[in-house]
Every structure is written in structure tokens, then in C-alpha cells.
Design a protein. Structure first.
Length: 707
């Protein structure tokens, strides 16, 4: 005979339904016992239907009373009172089915299940009826599907209890349940149940993890995953659990608390596979890189662990055997040759990124008689374009030392290397990575890094032993990249240069109308890192004293579909704009092709970013005669170089209060404002105009030649 033990934490809400279910269980040949905070007379059940055991509200045992006094949670108190009763303990030892009738009873049934691992466990009287019916249909074939709805998971049992429909699981994973301390404790215990099959544990923990994040409980998500991972002995299952959880959480715009553990698990898996299964090592290593350099971690936040604690953040990557194989220098068979003296220099300029920063460079050397220029944008090459979209192929080649992918790169790139004396690769991304898969022979290789690449995995896929010269657009980007990429400081490291972006700043000189004195301009707000809300805070402080100040936002704005982090920032920014736009305090004009024309209406140009490599729009604004106000970019504020070493000190401010004070001083009168703007324009043009910067490129690309 099947023995059913039902625990109640409160009176059944639908007494008639409860009665009908108990009669059905009896008719199926099972015996039922009911224990909990109940009144036997109120239940109205005869001994033929169920054996009733009310728990006393005030126990006589002093030790139990003290324990209850320290236990404010009703669910925990119910368990203590129930287990103190010898009658209950006897029923638990012989129970075939343990049933929690309400949320308060869940904890008690879970604890009972630890002590009676042979019992089926469920929540709800309907699920109990299904289990009893299944037992009756076949004494040898009890239906026990791996549960996708189980309200409780038996600790110490290798089978998961079966019970019912998906909506029961949904109810116990509902946001309200997960926000509840009892519900959170339940699921932490459930995923950590000893003996639970790893496949089921991984699936259940992943489900609980995502639901917890959705419920606004990232702490519960992290704790649940950590507990489950601690119960998993297989490295593959553990890595799968941590990686799935981290990937799902990142997709929701959250940086996982256990991101480092997920990365370490994948790298451990990669190390295990390195000798016998290089394909598996490649797959795990690439997963780790994608987690480590995910855009939500570095681009969609107002901070980055790469800046705050780079050594700690990259520690697992430094110690991994697979990662060391990835970063191993392969060198070149011969040194690069000096520029030819008997013919023009053959210069190949290559990119697969934004070509905007190459305009002046291409024009200068296309017109130079001592240079024969070729330009190649890989997106326009039918062979190269697919190669740039396969970073896992680069990882595979670097780890294994050879690959069919590498053979295709060699076949495509070798004719270009044979032709070129010097190869200049703009952007430290795919074009640079695939270039260094191939021994360049005696061709000189130069690579330029702008900004975002330092926060991506691309520099970690580049063999810098095959690069002669690295160009950075600012000192602080050079310093950060060297901290992040040890190969740039190794024995076979390239020569490092800092050369500003190539900009024709004289084309931005404009005569501004008097009304533009009170117009702040922010050009480019398509990334969270631009932090336009900082500029809006500056505007608010200005308008507290003078409502003539206004803000012009130029650019397409954020793409809220990029990630949930971006969407959240965009939501807050939209609220700011909705507050100020109706009065004309903020105006948005979207993308413009002629930035110089827009700058004519801007009297103060603002850089509110948390990070920049150089901020061309700010410098162009200064060249137009706008007063520059530069936030001391937080990513670099504590370093030896940053905004304060790149720009004149009076341009740079630390807080919105300082920014507002600088703007008030600079715009106190029209004469003061024009004088400040003229000084900024003079400094910008004399320091960064292409007529000045081109000499640095000539010295780099055409050494020992008369200009």
C-alpha cells in the first residue's frame, strides 16, 4: 500500500477540493496522513480518509521553544515543530509520497525528503494524486520523468520526483517566489541536492539562475549557480553550467558575479583538451575569450574591470596552458627590409574597420611621388571578407599551429605581402589578426590601435612578434594596452609609437554667432561610454542660474537593441531628455554629414565620456572656436596619462560642478567667450592639425628620406 504524508502550513483554501482529492487517493488504495497547523475538527475528515496530526502552537519542550524564538520564518518554524514530534518521524520513515500543500510547507517536506530518500516528493494535492495513480498502474514501472516542474527536488536522491505540469514549476519560479527569502532558500537547496544527476542539476540550476536574474535577484542567481557548481565533479558539466548561466545573464545586460569562475572553468576545460583534442581546446578557449571580453562587461557599463583591476581580471588567462599557446610568439624567418632607395616605397594600407581615420593618410601618400600606394578594405574583398568573420578559426590556428583556415589566409595574403615593402593595418582587429597568422617575410608591418580594441579579445589573437611597429593615438591607450597585452612588453615586442589621429582641423574654423555662446554641444552619443547624462547634469546646474544655456545632441544616439544594459541607460537618458526637451533646453538633430557646419552653432564643446582614446569630435569643436570642457575620463583618471596629460589643464574638469563653473567663467561675456575659443582653436590647430601630425607619419613610413 502506498503511504502518503501531507504537510500543511495553513488551512486549505479550497476545502472541498482538498476533500475530493483525499477521497480519490483513498479510493486508489493509498493511506494518507496529514500533519501541520490544522484543526482536526475543522478538516472534517474521518479516520478512513486520513490520519490527522495537528501540531501544538506552543510546544512544551524548552529547547524547542528557544529554537523557535530564534526562528522568525514560519516555514522553518513549521519544520522544527514537526520533526520534534515522534509521530511525524515514524510517518516519514515509512512514507512513499511526501506532499507540500502550500508554500509554508515546502521547507518541511524538503527536509523530510533528506531523511526518506526513497519517497516521491511533490507540491500540491493534485500532483500527489497523479503519483499514487502511477504507482497503482504498475508496481514495477513508476513514472519518474526528469522533472521540469518539480516544486521540490529531493536531496540525496538520484531520481527527481515527477509530478505534474509546467505551470507548477512556473509558480515556484515566479518572481514573487524568488524574491521571497524562503523561496530563494528552497531553490538554493534544490540545485545543491546531493546525488542529483549532473544533467538534471545543470538544467535546473540554469533555469533557476535566469529566473532569479529576471526577478531582480542576481545575488540569488550567483548563489544558486555556485552551489550547483560545487556539487558537480565533471569539469565539462561544471563549465557548461557556469558558461550557460553567464552567457544568459550577459544577454540580459547583467555582469555575472561569478564571471571569473565561468572563464576559469572554460579555460580548465581547454587545458584538459589541449594535448589530445585541440578542437575541443579551441572551442573552450574561444568561449572563455567571448565571456571575458563581452560587450556588456566593458562597453555597455560606465566602468570596466580591465581598467580597475586588469591583473586580477586576466589572471586565469595568464595561467592557462591553452591561452599561453594562443599567445606564443612565432616570429619571422627574416627581419623586415629597409625601405628601398632605388624606387618608390610600395605601401599597402589595409583595414576592415571604419576608414574615416585613413582619409588624410591615403591622400598624402597617394600624391607622394616616392610612394606607390595600394588600399584594401577587406569587406570589399570576396576572399578576405569571410576570413574576417571567423575569429574561432584564428584561435584554432594559433593553438594548433596549423589549420585549413590558416592555409586559406596564407593563400590570399601572400601575394599582397610579396608586393608590399610596408603593410599598414588600421585598427587592431580581424585584419591585424589574420595578417600575423602568416610569416610576413621581409615586409615591414605596422598596426594602429585606436581605442575599443583594447577592451576586446582581438589584441590577444595577434602575434606581435610579426609586427614591427605599433601606433597608438594616445599615451593612455598605449599604457592600458601594454598592461592588458603582455606581448607588447616582451622580447619580440614591436616598437611602440604615439601619434595623434590624422585630422584636417583648419576646415573647422568658423565665425560663430553671439547666441551660440550659450549652446553646449555633444557630438556623438552612440555608446554608453559617451555618458551624455553627465552633460545633461552639467546643463541642469547651469540652468539653475541662467536658462539661456541649452544642449545640442548630435548623432544617432544609442541602440537599445544592442544589449539590455544599453536599453536601461537609454531609458534613463530618455527620461532626462523628456524633462528638458519641451522647453528647448535640449535639442536632438541626429546624424549629420557636415560636422563643421553644426559646430558653427556650438559655443561650448563637451567631452563627457568615461573613456576616450583621443576624442576627435572634441578637438574638432575646439578648432572651430568652441570652448572645450573635458571630463577627466574616469577610466584613465588615476593613471599616469589621460585627459589631463593630453589636453591643457584648464580644459579638464572632474565633476559636473567643475564643468558648470568653467562654462560660466568662459561665457561670462561675449569677449571672454570669444577669447577662450580663439585660444583653444589656436592650440588645437598648432598641436593636432594634419599639417603638424603628417611629419610624424613621414618619419615612420619614409625614414631617411628628404621631405
Amino acid at each position: 500500500m502506498t503511504k502518503v504524508l501531507i504537510v500543511l502550513g495553513e488551512r486549505p483554501r479550497q476545502m472541498s477540493v482538498f476533500h475530493q482529492a483525499l477521497h480519490r487517493i483513498r479510493d486508489l488504495g493509498a493511506s494518507t496522513s496529514v500533519v501541520g497547523d490544522i484543526n482536526a475538527e475543522e478538516l472534517g475528515l474521518g479516520p478512513s480518509v486520513a490520519d490527522i496530526r495537528p501540531l501544538p502552537a506552543e510546544p512544551t519542550d524548552p529547547k524547542l521553544r528557544r529554537a523557535l524564538a530564534r526562528t522568525p520564518q514560519p516555514s522553518r518554524a513549521l519544520w522544527l515543530r514537526a520533526w520534534a514530534d515522534p509521530w511525524v518521524r515514524r510517518r516519514v520513515r515509512t512514507a512513499d509520497v511526501l506532499v507540500a500543500l502550500d508554500p509554508t510547507a515546502i521547507h518541511t517536506v524538503r527536509e523530510m525528503a533528506q531523511r526518506q530518500p526513497r519517497a516521491d516528493v511533490c507540491d500540491g494535492i493534485g500532483a500527489a494524486g497523479q503519483i499514487v495513480a502511477g504507482r497503482r498502474e504498475s508496481a514495477h514501472r513508476v513514472t519518474r520523468r526528469p522533472t521540469d516542474r518539480v516544486g521540490l527536488v529531493v536531496r540525496g536522491v538520484k531520481r527527481a520526483a515527477v509530478a505534474g505540469a509546467r505551470k507548477s514549476l512556473e509558480a515556484t519560479m515566479a518572481p514573487a517566489m524568488l524574491r521571497n527569502r524562503v523561496g530563494g532558500r528552497l531553490w538554493r537547496s534544490a540545485v545543491g541536492a546531493p546525488g542529483l544527476p549532473e544533467r538534471i542539476r545543470v538544467a535546473l540550476a540554469y533555469r533557476v539562475h535566469l529566473r532569479s536574474v529576471q526577478a531582480g535577484r542576481p545575488d540569488l542567481a550567483a548563489a544558486t549557480t555556485a552551489i550547483a557548481a560545487g556539487r558537480i565533479s565533471g569539469r565539462k558539466s561544471r563549465a557548461d553550467l557556469l558558461t550557460r548561466g553567464a552567457t544568459g545573464e550577459l544577454a540580459m545586460g547583467h555582469v555575472p558575479i561569478y564571471l571569473a569562475e565561468a572563464v576559469e572553468a572554460e579555460l580548465t576545460r581547454a587545458d584538459d583538451s589541449l594535448s589530445g583534442q585541440p578542437a575541443g581546446a579551441t572551442k573552450s578557449l574561444y568561449r572563455a575569450l567571448r565571456l571575458l571580453f563581452h560587450r556588456v562587461v566593458h562597453f555597455d557599463q560606465l566602468s570596466s574591470p580591465l581598467v580597475e583591476k586588469p591583473a586580477d581580471f586576466l589572471a586565469a588567462l595568464r595561467t592557462s596552458s591553452a591561452a599561453r599557446a594562443l599567445a606564443a610568439p612565432h616570429g619571422r624567418t627574416v627581419r623586415s627590409a629597409p625601405p628601398p632607395t632605388d624606387r618608390p616605397l610600395r605601401l599597402l594600407v589595409m583595414t576592415n574597420g571604419n576608414a574615416h581615420f585613413l582619409t588624410e593618410i591615403r591622400q598624402r601618400y597617394a600624391d607622394a611621388p616616392e610612394v606607390e600606394l595600394r588600399y584594401l578594405h577587406l569587406a570589399d574583398d570576396e576572399v578576405a571578407a569571410p576570413l574576417t568573420h571567423h575569429p574561432s578559426g584564428i584561435v584554432e590556428h594559433l593553438v594548433a599551429g596549423h589549420s585549413k583556415y590558416g592555409d586559406r589566409v596564407e593563400e590570399w595574403l601572400r601575394p599582397h605581402l610579396d608586393w608590399a615593402d610596408t603593410l599598414f593595418v588600421d585598427w587592431c582587429i580581424a585584419a591585424a589578426a589574420i595578417t600575423t597568422l602568416v610569416d610576413p617575410g621581409d615586409t615591414r608591418v605596422l598596426v594602429r590601435l585606436h581605442s575599443f580594441e583594447a577592451f576586446s579579445f582581438w589584441p590577444h589573437l595577434i602575434d606581435f612578434s610579426r609586427v614591427d611597429d605599433m601606433i597608438f593615438v594616445s599615451s593612455h591607450l598605449r599604457d592600458l594596452t601594454c598592461r592588458v597585452v603582455p606581448a607588447l612588453a616582451g622580447e619580440q615586442a614591436p616598437t611602440l609609437h604615439v601619434i595623434p589621429n590624422a585630422m584636417n582641423l583648419r576646415g573647422f574654423e568658423r565665425r560663430k554667432e553671439p547666441a551660440s555662446r550659450f549652446t553646449l554641444g555633444l557630438i556623438g552619443n552612440s555608446a554608453v561610454a559617451k555618458d551624455p547624462r553627465w552633460t545633461i547634469e552639467v546643463l541642469r546646474r547651469l540652468r539653475e542660474e541662467d536658462d539661456r544655456y541649452r544642449l545640442l545632441l548630435v548623432g544617432d544616439g544609442l541602440d537599445p537593441t544592442a544589449s539590455e544594459s544599453v536599453r536601461r541607460y537609454q531609458h534613463a537618458l530618455s527620461a532626462d531628455i523628456a524633462e528638458l526637451e519641451p522647453s528647448g533646453a535640449v535639442t536632438r538633430i541626429g546624424h549629420v554629414d557636415n560636422v563643421a557646419e553644426v559646430l558653427a552653432a556650438i559655443g561650448v564643446i563637451v567631452s563627457s565620456s568615461v573613456r576616450e582614446s583621443f576624442h576627435c569630435a572634441l578637438v574638432e569643436g575646439a578648432a572651430s572656436g568652441a570652448v572645450p570642457v573635458v571630463r577627466n575620463w574616469p577610466f584613465f583618471a588615476r593613471g599616469a596619462s589621460g585627459a589631463r596629460t593630453l589636453f591643457p589643464s584648464d580644459w579638464v574638469v572632474a565633476t559636473p560642478e567643475e564643468a558648470a563653473a568653467r562654462i560660466r567663467r568662459a561665457t561670462a561675456s561675449e569677449d571672454t567667450w570669444r577669447a577662450e575659443g580663439a585660444a583653444a582653436a589656436k592650440y588645437a590647430i598648432e598641436t593636432w592639425d594634419w599639417s603638424v601630425v603628417q611629419r610624424e607619419y613621414d618619419e615612420l613610413l619614409l625614414p631617411n628620406r628628404q621631405r
